[in-house]
Design a protein around this ligand. Structure first.
Ligand SMILES: *Cc1c(COP(=O)(O)O)cnc(C)c1O
Length: 422
């Protein structure tokens, strides 16, 4: 059963309530390894499901456009103070609706349409909002992209520097959605400084690792930091922008009134709660355990003949090229889902296949670590993955069912926040 209870919803709208209950059970029974996902605490769930959703609060604490902000101002200020203290920054904006609008706000703060931006290409592991052509950021700005090296799967920072010197971007973006290795923030900062660019560190995926001390921080190197709050940081769906005092005004103005209207106050409260959790010693342990699990899983996958981009991982994320397994990413991801292992198909660097039918899969350990799984269990997870892919090649659905049964049996012993099992 969903926890907190959704009994009122079950009475008023059983159709939606039934689907929410089914989703909660699905999340309980599967090894959820979509690298951008996690399980938030029951406290975060409670905060996001409150009457705060009723309130309009355009503006910032002390300077709002509507009355009745006595408590909202306090909640938003607490969220900001917690972000500042957790990450060690001068300024935080907690109103951005999600990671994509947060990034767009940075463009609005520092660039004019047509200006040049240098970011990581989508196929190499960047994000759409780093100037990819289908995104507004690629349509409205002159985007140039760096990638990774074919041999190593790593960024060659000398090449980033050469591109920066050639194109003179106003904005350089580091970070991405499918980067299994540590990001060298000081090196990007040196390049940005050399060409007079603003450096944006997009830490959407690794914010929780940074907060927990399991990945170096961009603070002191990046001019602006953007992050989602719902990935490794384990908060509600939302985002934050952080910067030094110098850029505070520009960032706030870009978010409101530049890009958005009223902030989502229920989300702000959830962010505040998640930031408090992320400041605890338990969260430090969690962040390190996420990495330990990813490294143990990567080692077990390599042992089973999986070809991992860059050979392994430094963080929560693994990118595997399935070509040597004789299967493409999409049918593999579908078979794994049927076997109770949820991840996504993904392009790999220099992928000869199309983005909608690529060669690889991407997976992460943030969610399974929240459930309490440990490195000792990762060889079993790798074995299930290997067996499921073997079953997919033989179209053996009975084998996929067997694995799904074993997965859900294992997970019965690992509680899920948000779900009370019978
Ligand atoms: C997830 C992600 C985003 C976008 O976040 P949304 O909340 O999905 O809009 C932006 N940048 C990076 C690097 C991400 O991983």
């Amino acid at each position: 059963m969903h926890e907190p209870s959704i009994s009122h919803l079950a009475t008023e709208d059983p159709q939606i309530a039934g689907l929410i209950e089914a989703e909660a059970k699905r999340q309980f029974e599967k090894i959820r390894m979509i690298a951008s996902e996690n399980y938030v605490s029951t406290a975060v769930l409670e905060a996001t499901g409150t009457v705060l959703t009723n309130k309009y609060s355009e503006g910032y604490a002390g300077k709002r456009y509507y009355e009745g902000q006595q408590f909202i101002d306090q909640i938003e200020t607490i969220a900001i103070e917690r972000a500042k203290s957790l990450f060690g920054v001068d300024h935080a904006n907690v109103q951005t609706y999600s990671g994509s609008p947060a990034n767009l706000a940075v463009y609005l703060a520092f660039l004019n349409p047509g200006d040049t931006v240098l970011g990581m290409g989508l196929p190499a592991g960047g994000h759409l909002t780093h100037g990819w052509p289908v995104s507004a950021t690629g349509k409205w700005f002159n985007a140039v992209h760096y990638g990774v090296e074919k041999e190593t799967g790593l960024v060659d920072l000398n090449k980033v520097r050469e591109l920066a010197l050639e194109h003179r971007p106003k904005l350089i973006i580091c970070g991405g959605t499918a980067i299994p290795r540590t990001i060298d923030f000081p090196a990007y900062a040196a390049i940005a400084k050399e060409v007079g660019a603003v450096l944006l560190a997009d830490i959407a995926h690794i914010a929780g690792l940074i907060a927990g001390g399991a990945h170096p921080s961009p603070v002191g190197y990046a001019d602006v930091i953007s992050t989602t709050t719902h990935k490794t940081l384990r908060g509600p769906r939302g985002a934050m922008l952080m910067c030094n005092a110098e850029h505070a005004k520009a960032i706030d103005k870009a978010v409101f009134p530049g890009l958005q209207g009223g902030p989502h106050n229920h989300t702000t409260a959830g962010i505040a709660v998640a930031l408090r959790e992320a400041a605890t010693p338990e969260f430090k342990v969690y962040a390190h355990q996420v990495v330990a699990n990813a490294q143990a899983l990567a080692a077990a996958l390599v042992e089973r003949g999986f070809d991992l981009v860059s050979g392994g991982t430094d963080n929560h994320l693994i990118l595997a090229d399935l070509t040597p397994k004789g299967i493409a990413g999409k049918p593999a991801a579908q078979a794994l889902d049927a076997a109770g292992i949820e991840l996504n198909y993904n392009t790999v660097p220099f992928d000869p296949r199309k983005p909608f039918d690529p060669s690889g899969i991407r997976l992460g350990t943030a969610g399974l670590t929240t459930r309490g799984l440990t490195p000792e269990q990762m060889p079993q997870v790798a074995a299930w993955m290997d067996e499921a892919i073997g079953a997919a090649l033989k179209e053996d659905t009975a084998e996929l069912d067997r694995i799904a049964g074993e997965v859900s049996d294992l997970l019965k012993a690992y509680p899920m926040p948000g779900y009370a099992s019978e």
